[in-house]
Design a protein around this ligand. Sequence first.
Ligand SMILES: Cc1cc2nc3c(=O)[nH]c(=O)nc-3n(C[C@H](O)[C@H](O)[C@H](O)COP(=O)(O)OP(=O)(O)OC[C@H]3O[C@@H](n4cnc5c(N)ncnc54)[C@H](O)[C@@H]3O)c2cc1C
Length: 340
Amino acid sequence: MVSIQENVSLLPFNTFGIDAKAKYFARVSSEGSFIELTQHPVFKNNKRLLLGGGSNLLFTKDFDGLVVKIELKGINIVEETDDEITLQVGAGENWHEFVRHCVQKGWGGIENLSLIPGTVGAAPMQNIGAYGVEIEKFIKNILGIEIATGQRKSFTKSECEFGYRESIFKHKAKNKYLISSVTLTLRKRNHQLNTSYGAVQDTLKEMHVDHPDIASISEAVMRIRRSKLPDPSVVGNAGSFFKNPTIHADLHDFLKKQHPSMPGYTSENGSVKIPAAWLIEQCGWKGKTFNNIGVNQHQALVLVNYGGGDGAKIFELAMKIKTSVKEKFNIDLQPEVNII
Ligand SMILES: Cc1cc2nc3c(=O)[nH]c(=O)nc-3n(C[C@H](O)[C@H](O)[C@H](O)COP(=O)(O)OP(=O)(O)OC[C@H]3O[C@@H](n4cnc5c(N)ncnc54)[C@H](O)[C@@H]3O)c2cc1C
């Protein structure tokens, strides 16, 4: 029987460190317990929020409904050849611990995604990515449970409609499915290493690594992240608050004349991706503090809660940043973080 608590503080359950309250709170550790919960009147009669590690959301107020903490565990081998291994991983497994497990076993592919907080089940939601790698490349399928019916559904990779920080679970399938497990295929040998990012190359050099492997790349990524990003256990944050915007090449050409130092990365279709951190910095926000909230002094894309901060105030700050970027560059920033 799943127990449902009332009036629970969400402070330990979100990396922004917001002390919002959930009217109801339950934990599920198996598909069966989730299906059982869907039959409960509290589940049926309230709005719901599925919660992983709480590292990609901002509570702007108390949650007037049921928060369901996903704790389904297990790493199972589905298929194995000399070259590849396919693993089915429970949604509640910690993502970084899973990456380290794979690196230790010699299973390659996701090492560039080391130290991203959160759970395995939430990773496909926004197709997590870092240092030239996105999770979609390794996904074989995703098992979900339809919330309205309790029916199981398997999503193939193409059905997930992955894009940059996007998937079907943020659009057509939003709030419709619990992701219960993720099945990924990794390489056991002939690893396809990705050291395309300058920071990764520089750190490997500092580590005196001439012939990188998945373990040294994972180590390099962890070093970079520890030096660049605030640790949520010390300063509340949810990583990048906004997505990097993609703009039309004509707008980029026009802006580049006014701002010659403006960085931009041209994609295959000709549009140009601009680092949101640069835009925010140009608008003067980097390092700005407003009482106990602010913009990180090293990474302008990260909004921070120094302690006791209010989620609504952080959202207000984010909207001011968005407005100033729109006014200066005519570019629309979109939050990467889920606003609750
Ligand atoms: C310091 C820091 C660095 C970060 N760096 C990166 C980075 O480099 N790249 C990157 O992509 N992200 C990054 N993030 C964002 C975040 O870590 C990822 O988005 C992560 O996948 C979120 O996982 P979570 O379990 O915490 O999700 P949560 O925040 O708990 O949930 C996020 C969303 O997914 C939904 N959800 C969660 N679990 C499930 C489930 N099982 N089924 C259905 N819906 C579910 C929730 O309802 C919510 O809408 C960073 C965050 C922090 C704090």
